[in-house]
Ligand binder design. Structure first.
Ligand code: LRH
Ligand code: MN
Length: 424
């Protein structure tokens, strides 16, 4: 399903007067409106291939129908999202859920939708049919070298698919760990995992990056072998300059100060990118900015400050990816909301008066430093984000157009009500 250009133009025309009034109002107060708009236009968020269907939980899954049944349909759905917000110009694949039967065909189809391939994700947290060795007791940490080799070979195979598709990075998330005290030797598990990651690292093409994603718990509930940012940094520091730490917002213990973790990883030049989502309890994978929008703002505030301090390019030097799963919302509407939340928060972080903030910090004027941050966070930047979309050929109100064009209803007509396994 695609939305006709004239329908998008009609929608923008009907919204233009109202938008212009709001845009003129906010840009009157902003020093560098054009600079901020350029940054927003360049900023692209990768959509995960596994978040286009209904995720569900172990207790149940309530599919809304019209979900993609193959990689082609997943690319079409992300193409539709990108045609609406012009900020979702990349897809992140998960292998073996998205093995491209014909890579050049898939690459051409993605190009038709102006989509690039972001990080490839390996999977050694599930046993595939006919797989010689089980990952029940882990993969790269496993006491049995044959299991570790199987996991290394799988990651090297994922890199091969990525090279064919034009990706430039591999994300390794290991569910490895233990469920009970005494089940495992932490030191040997670390060393086995490092040795296995080194074998994958050695297979990385020159320009590629490897992202080591950490997670505090689940599916193991006593220890996780890449359990926090410190452990991930230990691995990525020992691996080499192409290895970076990936921060999934839902992978922290309660009340972790994620913005401080981000600031320090950036300082060390070891921050690789993000899996954006939100959560109230565990790895809930909820809509970005739906539970803790101020935390997301504080993270982007550290990102802008830290990246500018190192002269980094905001759009290209880090991996910006969503990792969410949908239980009660339409997957595409949920993703439109998540991208909007990321763009709004990035725009607010760009509004922070950095010079005044440093002055306040240097005299320990905590009241003023808070006022400076909250001035930006309390600014309604939606007209700025909408203007960036308009200038990129997108819709002023993507969600409204998605609904008025009855996209889900049309997808159900095209694909039927059948429910499609997302692999998770
Ligand atoms: C693990 C994780 C990881 C993906 C998976 C789908 O919780 O965040 O990034 O491989 O979700
Ligand atoms: Mn993740």
């Amino acid at each position: 399903m695609q939305i006709e250009k004239y329908k998008l133009d009609e929608h923008n025309h009907s919204q233009l007067k109202d938008h212009q009034r709001k845009f003129d109002f906010i840009s009157a107060d902003i020093k560098d409106t054009e600079g901020i708009l350029k940054k927003l236009i360049d900023f692209q968020v990768a959509i995960p291939s596994w978040a286009l269907g209904t995720g569900g939980t172990r207790f149940g899954r309530f599919s809304g129908g019209g979900e993609p049944g193959n990689l082609e349909e997943k690319i079409e759905d992300i193409g539709l999202i990108h045609s609406l917000n012009k900020s979702s110009g990349a897809i992140s694949l998960h292998i073996p859920w998205d093995i491209p039967k014909n890579a050049s065909h898939i690459k051409a189809l993605a190009a038709q939708h102006q989509l690039k391939f972001d990080a490839m994700n390996s999977n050694t947290f599930q046993d595939q049919p006919g797989q010689p060795w089980s990952y029940k007791f882990g993969s790269m940490q496993h006491v049995d070298k044959a299991v570790r080799k199987q996991a290394v070979d799988h990651n090297i195979e994922v890199i091969k698919y990525g090279i064919e598709l034009g990706s430039g990075s591999l994300t390794v998330w290991l569910s490895d760990g233990s469920c009970f005290p005494g089940q495992m030797n932490f030191r040997k598990a670390f060393q086995n995992t490092l040795e296995s990651l080194q074998a994958v690292y050695a297979a990385l093409p020159e320009q590629w990056k490897m992202f080591v994603e950490y997670k505090a718990f689940e599916p193991n509930f006593y220890s996780t072998t890449v359990g926090d940012w410190g452990q991930s940094l230990l691995y990525t520091s020992k691996l080499g300059s192409k290895a970076y730490t990936l921060v999934d917002l839902g992978h922290h213990l309660p009340n972790a100060n994620i913005e401080q973790i981000v600031a320090l990883l950036l300082m060390e030049g070891k921050l690789g990118g993000f899996h954006f989502n939100d959560s109230k309890y565990g790895d809930d994978d909820l809509t970005v900015g739906s539970i803790k929008p101020y935390q997301l703002f504080l993270i982007f505030n550290e990102l802008v400050e830290g990246m500018d301090a190192k002269g980094m390019n905001h759009a290209n030097d880090l991996g910006w990816m969503i990792d969410a799963s949908h239980n009660v919302k339409d997957p595409l509407e949920d993703l439109l909301q998540s991208v909007e939340a990321i763009m709004i928060t990035y725009a607010q972080a760009l509004l922070v008066d950095r010079k005044k903030l440093v002055e306040a910090q240097l005299v320990n004027d905590t009241v003023t430093s808070q006022e400076i941050l909250q001035q930006a966070f309390r600014t309604d930047v939606r007209p700025l984000v909408a203007e960036a979309r308009l200038r990129s050929g997108g819709a002023l109100q993507p969600l409204a157009l998605f609904r008025s064009e009855k996209v889900r209803e049309n997808l159900i007509k095209e694909r039927g009500k059948k429910t499609v396994a997302t692999g998770l």
